[in-house]
Design a protein around this ligand. Structure first.
Ligand code: C5P
Length: 323
């Protein structure tokens, strides 16, 4: 059994341009991985060979936070990640006819459909584990460049959660440049009762911008990049920016109330996580984070609260990685 893990993310800056011909929006975003993690384990069933073109993941077990909301079929992003890596090995070894069936276990620690890349982290961990598994069997892995290409095909956030750390993402968010970050930031996340679809939030942004008529000035990530390099949350808080926030607040007005409440509880800053609806609150230190977390508990708009630190790593072996 191979045991892996990957972290979720918060976007501390997100500027969205116009929709492109392929339907995606051009982004400039700064990701930071957070300490909430997904666990993914893969077990091979060598007595059950699966011919090329058939699904390798025969059993998918999902436990943990919001497990009931996760698809168990071939639409699951972690299943698609495994199949994509298998296909890359079939292309590399054209004579290969079978691979062993797999059991996959996913334990969720990141809120589902909240804008924190929980599904993308499952995919990144599965992709990375599968490459390790087949790479050790065939003598060499696919290599970073090919893994990143497969990750980008699976979703815009998958390349970042595969790598972790802190990075500037451009294109759909999949073209990454590492950013220097010091210190450890303390975050509290307020989870919403219902997920919010990413395409719906981007559509709402387009609608609001079309209604407003005049073009917006482009946002510059310079202040966020400087704040990250100092490790000072007092500098980062006022620089936090997410263009998608107005769209998510328009669809879910209660998120704006949550932002105001967290500021009264002493959070230094607040930002919508990716396309939401999770709200992220930046706190001065662990104690301040505990106070905000406590104050948000039981608030009607909020289905749950959790705390995490940033930055965190990318896809890697979990404790007891191999047995
Ligand atoms: O890449 P991902 O699967 O996360 O994207 C989901 C959807 O979110 C896309 O189909 C698109 O509608 C929207 N999206 C976008 N611009 C981006 C990323 C996502 O419009 N940069």
């Amino acid at each position: 059994m191979l045991r892996g893990q990957a972290s979720g993310k918060v976007n501390v800056f997100l500027a969205a341009g116009a929709a492109r011909a392929d339907g995606f929006h051009e982004l400039a975003t700064i990701f930071q991985a957070v300490s909430l993690k997904e666990r993914v384990d893969i077990e091979t069933m060598p007595r059950y060979p699966v011919p090329r073109g058939h699904q390798l993941v025969r059993w998918l077990h999902v436990t943990g936070r919001d497990a009931e909301r996760v698809p168990r079929d071939e639409t699951n992003l972690a299943v698609r990640a495994v199949e994509a890596v298998a296909e890359a090995y079939y292309q590399r070894f054209p004579q290969l006819e079978y691979l062993p069936a797999l059991h996959m276990y996913v334990h969720k620690g990141i809120p589902t459909a909240g804008g924190m890349a929980g599904g993308s982290a499952d995919a990144a961990a599965a992709l990375w584990l599968m490459d390790r598994l087949l790479g050790s069997f065939f003598g060499a892995g696919l290599g970073t460049a090919q893994l990143m290409r497969i990750a980008a095909q699976l979703g815009s956030d998958v390349p970042f959660v595969l790598r972790g750390g802190t990075a500037l993402g451009t294109g759909r968010g999949e073209r990454l440049e590492r950013i220097t970050a010091h210190g450890r930031f303390h975050w509290v996340f307020a989870l919403a009762k219902k997920g919010l679809s990413t395409p719906a939030v981007f559509r709402e942004l387009d609608r609001l911008r079309a209604d407003a008529g005049s073009p917006r000035p482009a946002m510059d990530p310079g202040a966020v990049i400087h704040a990250l390099s100092t490790g000072d949350p007092e500098l980062l808080a006022p620089a936090l920016h997410n263009d998608l926030e107005v769209a998510a607040f328009s669809l879910r007005p209660e998120l704006a109330d949550l932002k105001a409440r967290a500021s009264r509880l002493g959070a230094l800053g607040a930002i919508l996580c990716g396309s939401g609806p999770t709200m992220a609150f930046l706190c001065a230190d662990e104690l301040a984070a505990a106070r905000v977390q406590e104050g948000l508990r039981g608030v009607a708009e909020c289905a749950g609260v959790c705390a995490a630190t940033a930055p965190a790593g990318g896809a890697e072996l979990a404790r007891g990685g191999l047995d």
